[in-house]
Design a protein around this ligand. Structure first.
Ligand code: BGC
Length: 733
């Protein structure tokens, strides 16, 4: 009865709204397929409605079409959880009390799992949280390639390898979108540093663009069918990336046939005509203060608002440019907030905290482990001293737009106390980092000497010391809108570790960061773990790995150079990084990350793909199903792996390819396949990895096409990019 009544009132309202047309309301008729509905809705919209539809009405929403019942489109950051509510017209937190989410591990951590199944779980869980919070678009994932270790936003991305990032990003997107929530792949493209991100003009070869910087975006479009993409702040070929003819029209919408919405980053639109012509569909964030910066309603003055209307009316740009944008926005609406079959989502659930824990556990990388320093069984020591600010500092706060307000964040210290009991654990900060405020670093209020002296005193008496430090989410650490200024750890952490070692040699270092750092004390410490920003369940994941309840299986998604200068982008000098403030040239070209280390024979401190376990794995000799392949074939490579130790564990079998006699320079080797394999103690399995011959191609920039040459290719099978166990040569014709 209630339903009929509501529907009756509804139809009364509709009959006013559609009095002239007498059509079924756009939001009710979902019998037709999306393209028909798009065309139908488009026809009903007025010019003014179309214009309003393609730009913001608030910080994180666009207005829909109220007359036709097309709802507002709500967006939220992204990419590690659903951000707290932000005020309608400013960046301030709105102060809601029902928006404390689950924080999932940062995307570097997800990449370090080398496990696409966890990426699906990540996307599904995050998508459910976004849906519950009534978000139609989640602003992530980020897949800008890790070019050098100073980029303040590397923690939000999936590492230095385009193959890994492509494999990991696809399930994330699929998982999010299963919820009727759009993923928004960002930042397209070439936003590989934060310094001068708002204007730097990136010069990069087509080979590097196609082979390194674009593949993960392409996979998101072609393999995951992503519904929206965000442009970047920087320029490419002299044109802003958010309305860049080549990147957006030619490549994204032309070559890859992207049919979704291409939106700005917040405030990255700069020109109405370019926005009209070069593929921008939705303008967000152009002015922070939407209501009273000018006398008018400021959103009306966006590049794609009144100025666009005027241009259209004057015939300066064709009406078809607008219709194309509106079509894409309507398609997004029908896929998300007008899809009446989408699930309702769920928020801050125990299941999501569990998902965060699982992903966190599989991401942690064991880097060094002399004399079985780790694992530390529960009864091994009585006095465990934990030193370091990151043991307690909330690391879901800060970092820029990926900041989160969490329902619960278990710190490493809490996780350790939960595991070993409060009587065994003592804690002291050791150093203080301060915090950032509006792009400035506010020094720590604590006295550095007293913190240090206290730690040294306590270390005398401890059976074991766990140093938990690294970077944090403040300005000039791992944080948006600035890069790190040093490759070293800040706040005298190196000195503190050295001094602690003089007093107690039994020290395990646990670094938490989203970037490689210099490890000057490496030879002196018995053990090192690389951990990440692990979100809500950080402490549980960390303690489970330290105690050995979980055997670490994470692998580095980027190289750790010994010295900053050993990184290819940095080796190119200041024009390469950070540029001269106007332009920069990617001088290392296709030799990004391990491609540089391997080809130039400059070994990294820790190589891409590296990570130890509490057990050891024996690799058999890799073999292929054939020795000769055609260009459309799939190579099946198999290798037997045996867990030789006494605990269960997982290894990531990695396949790198190198071409024997390429007609142009190619990297020494490149990742072309991987498989994570779980093995019980003593168990053996044959792992089969399929490699597409077409993935062995290079991008021929003159012919503008991918080429696989007739040649011999060596497929290296190993446990990291620097630990190859056997190789097979195949002939491609
Ligand atoms: C960031 C984006 C983010 C947007 C909205 C920008 O500053 O670059 O990644 O999604 O703000 O918060």
């Amino acid at each position: 009865m209630k339903r009929i009544l509501t529907y009756g009132l509804f139809s009364l309202f509709i009959s006013f709204a559609t009095a002239q047309t007498k059509q079924t309301p756009v939001y009710l008729d979902d019998s037709k397929d999306i393209e028909l509905r798009v065309e139908d809705a488009l026809k009903r919209m007025t010019l003014e409605e179309k214009i309003a539809f393609i730009h913001a009405q608030s910080k994180f929403s666009s207005p829909g079409v109220p007359r036709l019942g097309i709802p507002e489109l709500w967006m939220s950051d992204g990419p590690h959880g659903v951000r707290m509510e932000i005020e309608w017209d400013s960046w301030k937190h709105a102060g809601w009390t029902n928006d404390s989410c689950t924080a999932f591990p940062a995307l570097t951590a997800l990449a370090a799992t080398f496990n696409p199944e966890l990426s699906l779980l990540y996307g599904q869980s995050l998508g459910a949280e976004a849906r519950y919070r009534k978000k139609d678009v989640i602003l992530g994932p980020g897949v800008n390639i890790y070019r050098m270790p100073l980029n303040g936003r590397n923690f939000e991305y999936m590492g230095e390898d385009p193959f890994l990032a492509s494999k990991m990003v696809v399930p994330y997107i699929i998982g999010v979108q299963e919820n009727g929530v759009a993923a928004c792949l960002k930042h397209y493209a070439l936003n590989n540093q934060e310094v001068w991100r708002g204007h730097i003009d990136v010069e990069v070869s087509d080979r590097a663009l196609y082979e390194i910087y674009l593949p993960a975006f392409k996979a998101g479009v072609e393999k995951a069918g992503v519904w929206s993409i965000m442009g970047s702040y920087n320029k490419y070929r002299g044109q802003w990336c958010s309305h860049n003819e080549r990147l957006v029209n030619d490549i994204l919408k032309g070559e890859w046939k992207f049919d979704g919405v291409f939106m700005t980053d917040w405030g990255s639109a700069h020109d109405t005509k370019e926005a009209a012509l070069y593929g921008l569909d939705l303008e967000m964030g152009s002015w922070t203060n939407g209501l009273n910066q000018t006398k008018d309603f400021a959103y009306d003055n966006y590049y794609m608002a009144k100025p666009y209307l005027t241009m259209l009316r004057n015939g300066e740009v064709p009406m078809s440019t607008l219709d194309e944008k509106v079509r894409r926005m309507l398609r997004l609406a029908f896929r998300t907030n007008m899809n009446r079959n989408r699930p309702f989502g769920s928020f801050a659930t125990p299941e999501h905290a569990e998902a965060a824990r699982l992903i966190g556990e599989e991401s942690i990388v064991l880097m060094k482990n002399t004399n079985n320093f780790f694992p530390i069984a529960k009864d091994r020591y009585n006095k465990i001293l934990v030193v370091g600010e990151n043991a307690t500092r909330p690391l879901t706060i800060g970092g820029g737009s990926s900041e989160l307000k969490v329902k619960k964040e278990v710190s490493p210290l809490e996780g350790l106390i939960d595991k070993y009991g409060a009587d065994k654990i003592s804690y002291t900060m050791g150093y203080g980092s301060g915090r950032s405020s509006y792009g400035k670093v506010i020094p720590s209020p604590y006295n550095a000497d007293s913190l240090r002296i206290k730690a040294l005193e306590l270390a005398k008496d401890a059976d074991v010391v766990l140093f938990i430090g690294g970077l944090n989410k403040s300005h000039e650490q791992d944080c948006e809108a600035g890069d790190r200024v040093t490759y070293n750890l800040d706040f005298n952490q190196n000195e503190l570790i050295e001094e602690l070692l003089k007093i107690n040699k039994n020290i395990g270092v646990i670094l938490i960061s989203g970037n490689a750092v210099a490890t000057s004390w490496l030879n002196k410490v018995p053990a090192l773990i690389q951990s990440w920003y692990l979100g809500s369940s950080a402490g549980y994941a960390t303690a489970n790995v330290i105690s050995g309840e979980v055997n670490p299986s994470g692998k580095l998604p980027f190289s750790f150079p010994k010295r900053l200068e050993d990184n290819g982008a940095i080796a190119g000098g200041s024009l390469s990084y950070p540029g001269d403030s106007i332009r920069q040239v990617y001088t290392e070209d296709i030799l990004v990350g391990y491609r540089w280390h391997d080809t130039k024979k400059i070994p990294a401190q820790f190589a891409f793909g590296y990570g130890l376990s509490y057990t050891t794995f024996e690799f058999g000799k890799a073999s292929t199903d054939q020795k000769e392949y055609g260009k459309d074939d799939t190579i099946k490579i198999s290798v037997s792996i045996t867990n030789k130790g006494s605990v269960d564990g997982a290894e990531v079998v990695q396949i790198y390819a190198s071409q024997r006699k390429p007609s142009l320079q190619r990297p020494a080797k490149e990742l072309k396949g991987f498989q994570k394999v779980f093995l019980k103690a003593g168990e053996s399995k044959v792992v089969e990895i399929a490699i597409l011959v077409k993935d062995l191609a290079y991008f021929d920039d003159k012919a503008h096409t991918w080429v696989v040459e007739n040649d011999k290719f060596t497929l290296h099978c190993g446990a990291s990019s620097a630990d190859i166990r056997s190789s097979v040569v195949v002939n491609v014709k």
